[in-house]
Design a protein. Sequence first.
Lengths: 340, 340
Amino acid sequence: MPTDLPRRKRATIHDVAVESGVSRGTVSRVVNGEKYVSAEARIAIEAAIIKVGYVPNSAARSLVLQRSLAIGFLVHEPHSLFVEDPNIGNILLGANQTLSLADYQMVSLIIDTERDTERVARYLSGGFVDGVIVVSARENDPLTRLIERLGLPATFVGHPPDLRQLPFVGINNRGSARAITNQLVATGRKRIGMVAPAMDRDSGSDRMAGFRDALGDRFDPALVASVPFYSFSSGLAGMRELLQRDPLIDGVFAAADSVAAGAVEALREAGRRIPEDVGIVGFDDSSWALRTQPPLSTVHQPATELGEAAARSVLSQLRGEEPNLAGIILDSPVVWRASA
Amino acid sequence: MPTDLPRRKRATIHDVAVESGVSRGTVSRVVNGEKYVSAEARIAIEAAIIKVGYVPNSAARSLVLQRSLAIGFLVHEPHSLFVEDPNIGNILLGANQTLSLADYQMVSLIIDTERDTERVARYLSGGFVDGVIVVSARENDPLTRLIERLGLPATFVGHPPDLRQLPFVGINNRGSARAITNQLVATGRKRIGMVAPAMDRDSGSDRMAGFRDALGDRFDPALVASVPFYSFSSGLAGMRELLQRDPLIDGVFAAADSVAAGAVEALREAGRRIPEDVGIVGFDDSSWALRTQPPLSTVHQPATELGEAAARSVLSQLRGEEPNLAGIILDSPVVWRASA
DNA sequence: CGAAGCTCTGTGAACGTGCACAGATTCGGG
DNA sequence: CCCGAATCTGTGCACGTTCACAGAGCTTCG
């Protein structure tokens, strides 16, 4: 007995109309909570909706309204970033919260392979989202170009240097890096190095610039270990390298807490005491910072707030307001703990 | 001169048809790569597409095709899980990879607040996705009910006990917990406790059951600290509690690596040496496992493969195949390192 | 040479909504 | 009592696609 009922078709607004004995128009008014509907009709329609199990078809609605009530959240390079970087999770949650209050659905799109880029491009072009929040874009990103071309309302978290016409939210990476390096210098360290991750991103190169600002003449390129990612293993490798290059190193700026945690591990391996022998500072104030021993001095990055601000920025564009192209910069104060 | 051009309207298939001097039908055939179109027409149309900047409108396409070529990825409880649990990132990447190859767009939906539940329900009902992968659902989840009711193709990662009619992928939590506890017992520990997170989830309660299986008569409820989340801080708190309840404890099963990492910290605080004084084992084989000192003995959870399997399962349902309701169980072998 | 089969093209209908508009009913006030 | 306003309802069209179908032109073959 092959009873494969062909997946009962979904009820439409028309079915509700028939069931409740009114017209499509009236049902539509009830569904969208408009006025000018008699109590009688409303009751009958509400009952009918439940009876036939009606749910509005968003595709049809998008088509006629020319909007989807959804906002994309674009994440690049998930392998290194998604898994290792606690910030991105908080940015995401902040954005989700704000969008949720405005009744927008956030959909995260992961860009991993080449193939993803094309598919996401189609997705964005296809009208599935009304706007987009972009995290961790690099320079020369084809999707950035696409977004510009489509005129899709967008806000970036951080800003690749080639971003001109699109608004962004961020922190002052350079200034904060300078500030915390200055504090490290003030503890009396003589040979200060840096583990510098992700130099191909604005955040990475800006933090490096701030470090350099703070050291001035005392800056020594030999004491900078450039590493690819914001990750524990990058920090481990970078610090080992620095120790090898200069065993007398007594201060380190690891430009992300995950990297700093790796560096702490490398220092421990090498038998260095923190902060007695070596002072180390991080960046981000992520959950990593309180797990190292001793807890990290670091720069507090307001990840949740960044997500919220990005969401607000996109929503304001959707309301037709002019985006703030100068960028929205949030405070990122130094948090001084025991690691330096 | 208020030149606010009202966001140039998007080109439609009709514009392309006019531009290239053929009909909609022919353009549609070109766009969808069908045969029966002359070389001449094809060239003209391709040129016209570029000229007018045509991108197909997915909402319209979804409407007529009754499918969206998108799959939802549902994440519950992001606060605790998303940020702390490296597994979920890998599950997500595995799923994304497999879906990507099949040219499906994965969209992750975060469920954080009450409000999110309703909105996501609308989103799922609205035909924005053709199927869904559900991670970390709890018992009695309204979205699980909704998915059943909609008949939406779905696959769960892990399975809440009230899941009857829907397929899932997972590991044998109970068996693996039993296996690693047995190995811990075999090292000669006498007083073995457990930090038991997330007992309200199937994974949590199953791991607990396996622990109990292995200890048999020697199981002592006083040596179990139940903690809410799969997180570092849960582990820290849970282990402190266990140490207080029984200072002579010499073995611990912390049922997630993040929890184990917290427990390691608590043991360190208390001056216990690992593995000399206390042997500790975790679960997950996440990136946490190699960061503790010494590295954790743990159960390897094939997170990426779970994501891939879930994606394959949803895709097969989309092809009309019958889902495997018995569940797909992947191997999760014990990885023995130095922490016990 | 005509029928049958390909190849190619255009047309109308359908998908499920929202909205503008027109029409019907009720209500209040002069 | 009548007229205008307010309230309520139904209808047709539009949104941008795909698809079935019809038909035109060309080739092949009996």
